[in-house]
Design a protein around this ligand. Structure first.
Ligand SMILES: NC(=O)C1=CN([C@@H]2O[C@H](COP(=O)(O)OP(=O)(O)OC[C@H]3O[C@@H](n4cnc5c(N)ncnc54)[C@H](O)[C@@H]3O)[C@@H](O)[C@H]2O)C=CC1
Ligand SMILES: O=C(O)C(=O)Cc1ccc(O)cc1
Length: 366
């Protein structure tokens, strides 16, 4: 497609969408704006955008597609500002915010005047922020929820064409249903992850060893607590009512656990864990959910210097990128286990075959 695309907010999500549009539509011009000048300069240097502008006004002039990829409360304010600006006739405006009800309510005022607003939420990402974390393949196979004002709108099809390079699966839902669902599987888990970290932080002074003990499994299950505080404070305010309802349900659930403990009811506790395990074990393993999966590979390595770089060099030589690497166990008397994370299942499989063929180590998926 040809035309002018204007991305406001050149962070992880805005940057990744800009990359996908540039790849799929080389004839389009992608311009960016960010409140931080360094972020705009970096986006241009990394060729995430063709150019940047120093005011939003400059960017919207002539734009055929405007993408708002800012924290949700900022997005709500920017929608108000766009309403005061002169926009190109037939422009499509979309956003990437993790909440939809309040954004769509604000956007109602934008509709008309040959302007269409289509809410959007790419359900993939990470706890990292900023344009340097942006990636072309971030949304591959992920769900991309759309909340248009009118279903079957031809402009929605046009937006999907613009976003085709994300290789995401588009699904249309109502803003209300969107916010209820993501509250359960994404927003509420972030509240709990942060709360768990607070619990350990509060006990930290009493037990100096705690931090070191928390380095393994605890660190893994609370990974999402390392996300951007502004982004999550915005999301929490934007989805307050659903979160309050879930907190009440969670509190009731915990009261039941507390009672089972107080009454020493082994059977109830066993059922509590068994039912959770049964449901969790039924969740699909493949495909991207709202909180993306990690494609991990495990390599048993001897605890000798140079072995890790040998492995990463082999992957780099074949152009296989890794997103994370960690030694899970390293003691003198046993082998260390190297956990390498990849962005996609395909990358992980390529890496597994390569390392099995070209190294003497045991390589496996857990
Ligand atoms: N991080 C994630 O995993 C996902 C985030 N989202 C949503 O996408 C949006 C963007 O998130 P990220 O890219 O992760 O955040 P980010 O922090 O990486 O990027 C946001 C960018 O917006 C800029 N910004 C803030 N206020 C601004 C303003 N007034 N004008 C222009 N730029 C401004 C910031 O400087 C920053 O560069 C958020 O609404 C978030 O809820 C959606 C899906 C996944
Ligand atoms: O894995 C993580 O850190 C996430 O939680 C990613 C994420 C963050 C926000 C969204 O609206 C959707 C996905």
């Amino acid at each position: 497609m040809k035309g002018n695309v204007f991305v406001i907010g050149l962070g992880l999500i805005g940057g990744s969408i800009a990359l996908a549009i540039k790849k799929e539509h080389p004839e389009a011009k992608v311009t960016g704006y960010d409140a931080k000048l360094e972020e705009m300069k970096m986006a241009k240097a990394l060729m995430v955008v063709d150019d940047y502008v120093e005011t939003i006004q400059d960017g919207v002039r002539g734009a055929d597609l405007i993408i708002l990829a800012t924290p949700v409360l900022v997005t709500e304010k920017l929608i108000g500002q766009l309403g005061q600006m002169e926009l190109k006739e037939n422009v499509i405006i979309t956003d990437t915010g993790s909440t939809k009800e309040s954004i769509m309510a604000k956007a109602q005022r934008l509709a008309g005047n040959n302007t269409v607003f289509i809410g959007g939420h790419p359900m993939a990402g990470s706890h990292k922020s900023g344009v340097t974390a942006a990636s072309l393949s971030l949304f591959e196979n992920a769900f991309y929820l759309l909340t248009p004002f009118h279903e079957q709108d031809q402009r929605t099809e046009e937006l999907k064409q613009w976003l085709k390079g994300t290789k995401a699966n588009f699904i249309t839902v109502s803003p209300e249903m969107h916010d209820e669902m993501v509250a359960v599987i994404s927003h509420f888990p972030h509240v709990i992850a942060a709360s768990l970290v607070h619990l350990v932080k509060d006990a930290d002074a009493e037990y100096p060893l705690l931090k070191r003990l928390a380095a393994g499994g605890f660190r893994d299950i609370t990974r999402i607590a390392s996300s951007s505080p502004q982004m999550w404070a915005d999301i929490s305010c934007g989805n307050r009512e659903n979160l309050i309802r879930l907190l009440d349900r969670w509190a009731k659930n915990l009261q039941e656990v507390k009672k089972a403990l107080a009454d020493n009811k082994y059977e109830l506790l066993h059922r509590f864990y068994a039912e959770a395990k049964q449901y969790r074990d039924c969740l699909p393993i493949s495909g991207s959910g709202a909180i993306p999966s990690f494609y991990d590979l495990f390599v048993d390595i001897p605890d000798v210097p140079g072995v890790v770089s040998q492995i990463t060099n082999k992957l780099a030589e074949k152009g296989i990128s890794i997103t994370n690497i960690r030694i899970l166990e390293a003691r003198e008397d046993i082998y260390g286990v190297l956990r390498i994370s990849f962005r996609s299942e395909n990358d992980r499989d390529l890496a597994m075959n390569l390392l099995k063929k070209e190294t003497p180590h045991e390589v496996y998926i857990q």
